[in-house]
Design a protein around this ligand. Structure first.
Ligand SMILES: Cc1cc2nc3c(=O)[nH]c(=O)nc-3n(C[C@H](O)[C@H](O)[C@H](O)COP(=O)(O)OP(=O)(O)OC[C@H]3O[C@@H](n4cnc5c(N)ncnc54)[C@H](O)[C@@H]3O)c2cc1C
Length: 394
């Protein structure tokens, strides 16, 4: 069987659903497919999003999918020294709400359907070929072979994306750019402040960090991301050590285990080809510093959906005409990521001892005095070597 549409979106995560919604709202015929039987399940996420990010996207937080509103962040050095930040004084990335992704992703897909997109669940894209000025995607839907002919195909197929490669885009990730993550959702977690998310730095999670994101009561996502280039142990082994040694998780029990890759090397250079665009994790649109990609995936989805619908109206699906999407992503997402990539490299260059002394110094600083000048002053004081490393990166 072959079906035809203007726009085919492959993947119904946050990137795909927002793309489908905005393409449909702007007049295109849209099909969105996902290989999952239930959109959003299983989750592969610590579920933190910034309040500012949702506001910018005009998405009203709903009690259906927000499990927890946060008021702060606790940064923990390898020796246990904590720096507490609160959201009145510092804009906190990926820290405002904790979602229930299984519900959130479904709701974003429902919004796409309400805007007019057709959803096909349990439908996996297996390949793609060119057919004149269209692309034909071969898929299996509910066990049946299917072909979908589309004027524009949008790859929103997540961190292990294959779709971009089918049209010749360079999307392979080097190991040093892919965090390997492992996480338990746990009960009986006893956090010092259950309204703050925790980031643990240093050799607990080589090349990344460990986190505890509270979901309410005594429930939390407890996980970490590592770079396989920085350690011989697996993310799972590091997670077991973290859970064993952390005071908050001494009596905690896992109710769910998640593993997944998180692309942290900055946005891919090429996001479009003729009749084609990439969004979300498949385009490596993840903040390299925090590993958070929900908001940027959705922001890129808005751009992709609008540009796709415009191209359909114009009858021009060439890479050149779709390049407006690339420009908007570079301007609004890529530039910030380039900066955050440098900060990440800097953090990764610090030893446990340097992290400990920086945390010691920052414990005593008034929060509203945290600005670049103050930061550098404190760094000179605690670790001229650390400052030298910072200088080399910028
Ligand atoms: C452990 C972990 C913790 C994280 N924590 C956070 C966090 O706290 N905050 C944050 O902002 N980000 C976090 N992230 C990143 C975040 O999960 C992603 O950036 C986000 O999900 C990207 O959305 P997406 O729509 O691009 O991809 P995804 O959410 O991965 O969606 C891709 C979809 O494509 C479907 N798909 C794939 N291949 C095919 C195919 N061939 N055919 C049909 N369907 C297909 C999949 O089933 C999936 O539903 C975390 C990631 C990990 C691994």
């Amino acid at each position: 069987m072959i079906i035809e549409t203007d726009v085919l979106v492959i993947g119904a995560g946050p990137a795909g659903s927002l793309t489908a919604k905005h393409a449909a709202l702007n007049g295109a015929d849209v099909i969105i497919i996902d290989k999952k039987s239930e959109i959003g399940t299983p989750k592969r996420c610590a579920e933190g999003v910034s309040k500012e990010g949702l506001k910018k996207l005009k998405i009203e937080p709903s009690t259906r999918w927000v499990t927890k509103e946060l008021s702060g962040v606790r940064l923990i050095a390898p020796n246990g020294t904590s720096v507490w930040l609160n959201d009145e004084k510092v804009k906190l990335p990926e820290a405002g709400y904790i979602l229930e992704r299984k519900v959130f992703d479904k709701h974003m897909a429902m919004d796409a359907a309400r805007a007019g997109a057709q959803i096909m669940i349990k439908t996996i894209a297996n390949g793609l070929r060119r057919d004149g000025d269209s692309l034909i995607v071969t898929a299996e839907s509910m066990g049946e072979e299917l072909e979908i002919k589309a004027k524009i195909v949008i790859g929103a197929d997540g961190p292990e994306s294959r779709v971009g490669r089918w049209v010749g885009l360079k999307t392979a990730q080097k190991p040093k750019n892919m965090e390997s993550c492992a996480q338990f959702e746990m009960v009986n977690v006893k956090m010092e402040d259950p309204d703050a998310i925790e980031f643990h730095f240093g050799s607990t999670a080589p090349g990344g960090y460990a986190w505890i994101f509270p979901k309410g009561d005594d429930i939390a996502n407890v996980g970490l991301g590592i770079l396989t280039t920085e350690t011989d142990k697996s993310a799972y082994e590091h997670l077991l050590d973290f859970v064993k040694n952390n005071p908050a998780t001494q009596n905690a029990q896992p109710v769910e285990f998640n593993i997944g890759g998180d692309p942290v090397g900055g946005m891919h250079k090429e996001l479009t080809a003729d009749n084609f665009m990439l969004v979300g994790d498949s385009a490596s649109q993840v903040n390299p510093l925090t590993g958070g990609g929900i908001i940027s995936a959705m922001e890129a989805g808005v751009y992709a959906g609008k540009v796709a619908a415009k191209a359909i109206k114009e009858g021009d699906y060439s890479a050149k005409n779709l390049s407006e999407y690339q420009e908007r992503c570079e301007e609004n997402i890529g530039v910030k990521f380039e900066r955050d990539l440098k900060v990440k490299d800097y953090l990764q260059s610090l030893s446990d001892e340097e992290l400990n002394s920086i945390a010691d110094a920052f414990q005593d600083i008034e929060l509203d005095r945290i600005n670049p000048a103050e930061l550098i002053k404190q760094l000179i004081k605690v670790s001229p070597k650390a400052l030298l490393k910072l200088g080399k990166l910028f």
